[in-house]
Design a protein around this ligand. Structure first.
Ligand SMILES: [Zn+2]
Length: 426
């Protein structure tokens, strides 16, 4: 169950309320919150909530089931009222209009763990050495969030002056790094509130270049149930590892076929959909016919391929092999389970947004990438989305993660121009 609240409901201790005035100080503040995905992100969310409330904005929170993690969504309304007053129950059509449409800046608040990594400086203390700022989340992706938070007072000022032509939204999610679990709650909440943003920019690190599409990811677990026997009596057993290996052989042959399709997309670094077996366990001793074998594989589909395109032939093979096994012994067979699914991000509807970004950055080059983001969930909800943010994906998830200070500067000026594009006097 997801609970949405628009009150000042959180009770965690927070940092001081003298909020930073620039992006580097904001990034330093954000890095100090240990928001590794397995931990709560509420302290960070409450800090941002206070900041928004100081600016006169009302945030919208959506929680996970355990209520120890939250997404935050906040809107700077178009027109002369920065507060998103349409959240009030007595909202009118005109007040609804000032928060509908507009542009979403989106970022995830969680970061990957630092366990087992050798860091030069403390990972949750931002440290500037030379022209770089080091810390967990520096590029993935608290840098973008820092820039967006720094922009917020400027947007509020424009809104209060009646100059914001369309609303500006900020969406901060939880649990992106563990399967993009938070963003769907934001999207469901927006849908329930009748808010349909025109565009979204996800600020994952792209060195401020424009990523217009990414692959989807589906992870499957396959459990092969055979029948044990002494290895000298093979005819009385059903070898789970042997059947698993047949299925793996089939998955590999499908992967080979995918690489030769004529509808592959050369803009991707790996221009075809991929299938890869990642883990396998099975068997207890060489002299026992194994009764269990489990393996996992992932499928990374190009945006025009669906996850079912690959699932259907594998399911057919599973049925064929299960029938063969059951002909030899009842209670044998193969289970196939989906463990994770993140949709691909398409560039089908985003040409207007691409043109805007190209005009603002002076760089019209379009990139497509193999990693997945929340962008696929936004495009799946009908919101044209691109990815553009400071820092390099090369530094993400590593020890001594950093963002170059110049990248933060570039992001600041990009967002400033983006905000100007939302004003009446463009
Ligand atoms: Zn990320």
């Amino acid at each position: 169950m997801t609970v949405s609240t628009r009150t000042n409901g959180l009770s965690h201790a927070v940092m001081d309320t003298d909020y930073p005035l620039n992006s580097i100080d904001w990034l330093t503040r954000l890095i100090a919150f240990d928001t590794v995905s397995r931990h709560s992100n509420l302290a960070l969310i409450e800090d941002v909530q206070r900041y928004c409330e100081q600016l006169g904005l009302t945030v919208d929170l959506t929680f996970n089931d355990a209520k120890d993690k939250a997404n935050l969504f906040v809107t700077v309304a178009a027109g002369g009222n920065a507060n998103n007053s349409a959240n009030n129950n007595n909202n009118t059509n005109s007040s609804a209009d000032i928060i509908n449409h507009g542009l979403v800046l989106s970022g995830h608040t969680d970061v990957v763990p630092v366990d087992g990594q050798e860091w030069t400086s403390e990972p949750f203390t931002a440290t500037i050495r030379g022209d770089k700022l080091y810390g967990r989340g520096a590029c993935d992706m608290k840098g973008f969030i820092a820039c967006a938070l720094t922009l917020l007072p400027k947007a509020v000022k424009l809104s209060n002056a009646g100059q914001l032509r369309r609303p500006l939204h900020l969406a901060l999610s939880f649990d992106e790094e563990v399967g993009c679990l938070g963003a769907p709650l934001i999207l469901a909440d927006l849908k329930a509130r009748g808010i349909i943003p025109d565009y979204c920019i996800v600020g994952e690190p792209t060195n401020m270049t424009m990523v217009v599409a990414h692959k989807g990811i589906a992870v499957y677990r396959c459990r092969v149930h055979g029948k044990s026997a002494h290895s000298s009596l093979t005819a009385t057993g059903v070898n789970a590892i042997s059947y698993a290996s047949r299925l793996i052989g089939y998955v590999d042959s499908l992967a080979e076929e995918l690489s030769h399709r004529d509808d592959n997309d050369a803009l991707f670094d790996v221009p075809y959909s991929t299938l890869s077996v990642g883990t396998i366990q099975g068997g207890t001793a060489t002299n026992i016919v194994p009764n269990l074998c489990e393996f996992t594989f992932d499928y990374r589909n190009l945006p025009h391929m669906t996850q079912d395109d690959i699932l259907a032939p594998i399911q057919a093979k599973v049925a064929e092999l299960s029938a063969q096994m059951q002909a030899r012994a009842a209670d044998t067979g193969i289970e196939l389970m989906q463990e994770e699914s993140v949709p691909a991000m398409t560039d089908d509807e985003s040409s207007e947004l691409q043109a805007l970004i190209a005009a603002l950055t002076g760089d019209s080059k379009r990139h497509k990438v193999a990693y997945a983001t929340e962008g696929g969930q936004f495009t799946n909800s009908g919101i044209p989305t691109i990815i553009c943010g400071p820092g390099s994906i090369e530094q993400a998830h590593k020890a001594d993660e950093y963002v170059e200070l110049i990248e933060i500067e570039h992001c600041d000026s990009f967002l400033q121009r983006l905000l100007e594009s939302c004003t009446t006097d463009k």
